[in-house]
Design a protein around this ligand. Structure first.
Ligand code: ZN
Length: 337
């Protein structure tokens, strides 16, 4: 793969027009971009899923990115049994397949266990192995495919720093870029896998990092911060009926962040579903988050800022989340924007 052996590079610092920005991504996904494995799709998804975890300098550590990357591949390989490269004559699959299946063979993990259920220590070891091996192949290759424009990186210091123009473009067109990535990724996986394992492939790709168990956040918010009323309708929450809601829908953010999670009654959670709610609640959440940051700063991720929440909300609207769900005294209303 072109660029895979690069060690440290800086993005070309030049002003890009909207057309040029589109062409960066079109070139990245064109048939001319070579793929020995599916890594570039997985790494690009890891970046897209981490867009709202960047720090003020738009940096993401390899640890952040490859933890996501491992989770993505965990599901693709162990859950859906999808090969990530065409098997060569000597029967070798991709490095990440070998790392995961070897851990299974050694009895360190069981293949049916979900990623979230793996003990932290084991997760750390496996993510570390994946990072050490896969960073060599993918970071420079995606950089080169983007025409040396997407980010600066250092394999030694283990970070990428996004080009601000690319970052803005990606937040603005997140959903479209995500779909483009899934489409090309699915095409690639269909090519290297037998027909039957690629059933429902596009849906699988979209839910690779969906967590089912949000109970840890329920415990933090309910017990540590004593949030005992529904964030939306204000009703008192009964034990056993406390839902954790992604304020900005998970399908947009693709991540679980305390700053975006609220407790709600089951009705509000289910009715709101995959929608946004009104600006008033954004400000209520800003206040709630300030309260958490004041009481226990280490509970709040260091890259959280009030403006970030407002910005993500704005970008979600821009990306097609155009139904605003508003709870009221008698039921709720939905406004189209
Ligand atoms: Zn409610």
């Amino acid at each position: 793969m072109a660029g895979h052996n690069l060690k440290e590079e800086s993005y070309k610092d030049k002003i890009l027009t909207e057309d040029e920005l589109w062409s960066v991504f079109c070139a990245m996904f064109s048939s001319r971009a070579r793929h020995d494995t599916s890594y570039k799709f997985g790494f690009f998804k890891s970046i897209l899923d981490s867009l709202y975890n960047v720090d003020a300098r738009l940096m993401l550590t390899f640890e952040q990115l490859f933890d996501k990357f491992t989770e993505i591949y965990w599901n693709l390989i162990l859950k859906y049994h999808l090969k990530q490269k065409a098997v060569t004559k000597n029967g070798k699959g991709s490095v990440i397949e070998r790392i995961l299946w070897e851990a299974v063979a050694r009895g360190e993990i069981v293949p049916d266990i979900s990623f979230e259920a793996v003990p932290d220590e084991m997760k750390r070891i496996i993510c570390g192995k994946v990072r050490m091996k896969c960073k060599e192949n993918v970071v420079g290759a995606l950089f080169r495919d983007s025409g040396d424009l997407m980010y600066s990186f250092s394999k030694k210091a283990e970070y990428i720093q996004l080009n601000p123009q690319i970052y803005t473009f990606m937040t603005k067109h997140k959903k479209i870029l995500e779909k483009l990535n899934y489409f090309e990724w699915a095409k690639y996986l269909e090519k290297v896998n037998e027909d039957n394992s690629t059933k429902n492939l596009l849906n699988h790709l979209d839910t690779l990092t969906l967590r089912n168990d949000l109970s840890i956040y329920r415990r933090i918010l309910f017990e540590e911060f004593e949030e005992h009323t529904c964030f939306y309708c204000g009703r008192e929450l009964q034990h056993g009926e406390v839902h954790v809601d992604h304020f900005i829908p998970w399908s947009f953010i693709k991540d679980d962040n305390l700053w975006n999670l609220v407790l709600s009654c089951p009705q509000c959670n289910l009715k709101k579903s995959d929608r946004l709610t009104s600006d008033t609640y954004v400000e209520a959440l800003v206040t709630r988050n300030r309260n958490i940051a004041e009481k226990q700063p280490d509970r709040m991720s260091p890259d959280y800022r009030d403006d970030k929440l407002r910005m993500v909300y704005y970008w979600a609207k821009y990306n097609g989340y155009n139904e605003i769900w508003i709870p009221g005294k008698r039921g709720y209303t939905i406004e189209k924007i």
